[in-house]
Design a protein around this ligand. Structure first.
Ligand SMILES: Cc1cc2nc3c(=O)[nH]c(=O)nc-3n(C[C@H](O)[C@H](O)[C@H](O)COP(=O)(O)OP(=O)(O)OC[C@H]3O[C@@H](n4cnc5c(N)ncnc54)[C@H](O)[C@@H]3O)c2cc1C
Ligand SMILES: *[C@@H]1O[C@H](CO)[C@@H](O)[C@H](O)[C@H]1NC(C)=O
Ligand SMILES: *[C@@H]1O[C@H](CO)[C@@H](O)[C@H](O)[C@H]1NC(C)=O
Ligand SMILES: *[C@@H]1O[C@H](CO)[C@@H](O)[C@H](O)[C@H]1NC(C)=O
Ligand SMILES: *[C@@H]1O[C@H](CO)[C@@H](O)[C@H](O)[C@H]1NC(C)=O
Length: 487
């Protein structure tokens, strides 16, 4: 968040002056590290400085508010170079960022004023037909992965809308279009190639390194830098999906239909993500629908399809085309947050619609671009498909995320919107609790949570084990030089 930038600036400039020493400003020591990296890495990798197109691309994020101006960027091309870079950063205690698809909305999580590592050159997709897995580079976005696998007639269970990165998505959890059937994306990982903080390159599986395997699934960059994901593949031809939009005049009917789907659907192939959006002074509900086959089972979506819509681009098409039918507009500045419920009752859906309009109107004068609430109904057994992992901390209850997505224009409104996100998530939690849902301390999803969310709320009772593993894998806290949720 913004106060992090000012803290870094304060440390870099004020401290040396106050102490009256000749300590060089950090930016020049960062430059020395950049040069060292440049000399040490192989020709597969490259270092970039301000003014180059690569530098700009390496620091860029889905929302500009997640960008920081790094001293330099480095695009490693091999795991061996990642190892060299990590050891140099650790020994010089240089702050760094690790960026996959750059979609995180917390500033400093995949950005830095030190050395920015952009994983963009890790861009290969190798399909292993025999094992029914794919080796996937952490520099890719899901669209690229689906496109590479399509000729083989397989998919992996990744992002549901266009543009999202493989790395952060998988390392944080990954709610996907097959979640009702197979759980989170992290439940489909069979191996990680990991560069540990000491520079060692290891293949992490459930049997080779059970502790790190547990920790990486939900633990982001706490244990090192992932240079390869091996994910399960699934045979798929055409599927059915797309987006249908409703005007505010249909809100009562849509509210009822969403709640009915959420509380009565039992077909694991059917999933929806209704988004309640307030944009340009009015409410619109855009519902992304997915059926895991070319034709939905009779009746599943009838309610939602029969309500008069303002547009409907749902059809039978490739998996990639379904994902690309839905792109979420990024504002200049933006942040996600999350509330967790156990059931999307009509009361909860009504409260979400009320929040959408309430904050849409209230924040209009502060430069709101989009006020959006994504409702994510799944079947109650979605966490039963995987082995214990850092996230979710509880696998025997069907916790469901509501993703709050606020976007705005002026930087001076950052605190206003972040405070509103927290108030609104709390309001939704209160409504759920008052209507009998035991969610006051329910786990919050790592990939949606605001930067200052307490670790306990995301990792729960897993936290002591995660801290023990962290101390073993990274005794010098090298990964503490990179931002994010830290164990
Ligand atoms: C438009 C949009 C749609 C989304 N849809 C979904 C969805 O359907 N389901 C869902 O679950 N989430 C969804 N998300 C949330 C998404 O999962 C997170 O934003 C995720 O972190 C993005 O991954 P990334 O690689 O793009 O992010 P980045 O910003 O690049 O990275 C996020 C975090 O992962 C760390 N990291 C990145 N690469 C590595 C690596 N190689 N090794 C170690 N650590 C690394 C970074 O340091 C950072 O802390 C969505 C987000 C957006 C903006
Ligand atoms: C970075 O540089 C390489 C090699 O010079 C180039 O091929 C690539 O397209 C650049 N990447 C970006 C993101 O600009
Ligand atoms: C909102 O308004 C702006 C400017 O008035 C316009 O460019 C944009 O297309 C509108 N968006 C929607 C979703 O109507
Ligand atoms: C479907 O509708 C959404 C919302 O208007 C739009 O963003 C998207 O481009 C459309 N996709 C197709 C394939 O028409
Ligand atoms: C609508 O939301 C606001 C803000 O959270 C809240 O104060 C108000 O009581 C809500 N109204 C209804 C009818 O739920």
């Amino acid at each position: 968040m913004v106060w992090k930038i000012s803290t870094l600036v304060a440390l870099a400039t004020v401290l040396p002056l106050t102490l009256g020493t000749s300590v060089p400003p950090s930016s020049s020591s960062f430059q020395q590290v950049c040069s060292k990296i440049q000399r040490a890495v192989s020709s597969a990798s490259a270092v970039y400085y301000p003014g180059s197109a690569n530098y700009t691309a390496d620091n860029a994020h889905w929302v500009e508010s997640s960008d920081q101006a790094s001293a330099c960027t480095v695009e490693p091309g091999t795991a061996a170079d990642v190892s060299i870079i990590l050891q140099l950063l650790g020994s010089t205690k240089t702050p760094f960022g690790v960026k996959g698809g750059g979609h995180i909305t917390n500033v400093g999580f995949s950005s830095t004023t030190g050395v920015q590592i952009a994983m963009t050159r890790f861009s290969s997709v190798i399909y292993n037909q025999k094992a029914q897995t794919a080796d996937i580079g952490p520099g890719l976005i899901w669209d690229e992965v689906y496109a590479a696998l399509e000729p083989h007639g397989v998919i992996v269970a990744g992002g549901r809308v266009s543009g999202v990165g493989v790395a952060g998505f998988t390392l944080g959890g990954g709610y996907n279009w097959l979640t009702n059937q197979i759980g989170l994306t992290l439940d489909t990982v069979s191996a990680f190639e990991l560069v540990k903080p000491n520079g060692q390159i290891v293949t992490v599986t459930a049997t080779s390194n059970p502790d790190i395997f547990f920790g990486l699934r939900g633990g982001f960059n706490n244990f090192g830098i992932v240079t390869k994901f091996t994910l399960k593949t699934f045979k798929r031809g055409n599927v059915w999906g797309g987006v249908i939009g409703y005007g505010s005049d249909q809100a009562p009917a849509v509210q009822a239909a969403i709640a009915r789907f959420a509380t009565t659907n039992t077909d694991p192939k059917a999933q929806i993500i209704p988004a309640c959006n307030f944009m340009n002074g009015s409410l619109q509900i855009d519902n992304i629908m997915y059926y895991d086959g070319p034709t939905p089972a009779p009746g599943v979506f009838d309610d939602l399809l029969s309500i008069p819509n303002v547009f409907n681009n749902v059809s039978t098409r490739s998996f990639l085309a379904v994902v690309q039918a839905a792109a979420i507009p990024a504002g200049a500045r933006g942040a996600f947050h999350v509330a967790t419920v156990l059931e999307f009752t009509p009361t909860i859906v009504g409260a979400i619609l009320n929040e959408t309009t309430f904050w849409g109107k209230k924040l209009a004068n502060d430069g709101a671009f989009l006020i959006s609430y994504n409702i994510e109904p799944f079947l109650p057994n979605i966490y039963s498909h995987g082995a214990p992992s850092a996230y979710p901390p509880v696998r025997n209850a069907g916790y469901l995320p509501i993703n709050l997505n606020f976007a705005w224009t002026p930087a001076k409104s950052d605190t206003i919107f972040q405070t509103a996100l927290k108030e609104s998530a709390q309001q939704l939690t209160n409504v759920a609790v008052h209507t009998g849902q035991a969610v006051s301390q329910a786990p919050l999803y790592t990939n949606y949570a605001l930067a200052d969310t307490p670790l306990q709320r995301m990792y729960g009772n897993n936290l002591p084990r995660l801290r023990t593993i962290k101390a073993q894998v990274d005794p010098n806290n090298v990964m503490g030089l990179a931002g994010g949720f830290k164990f």
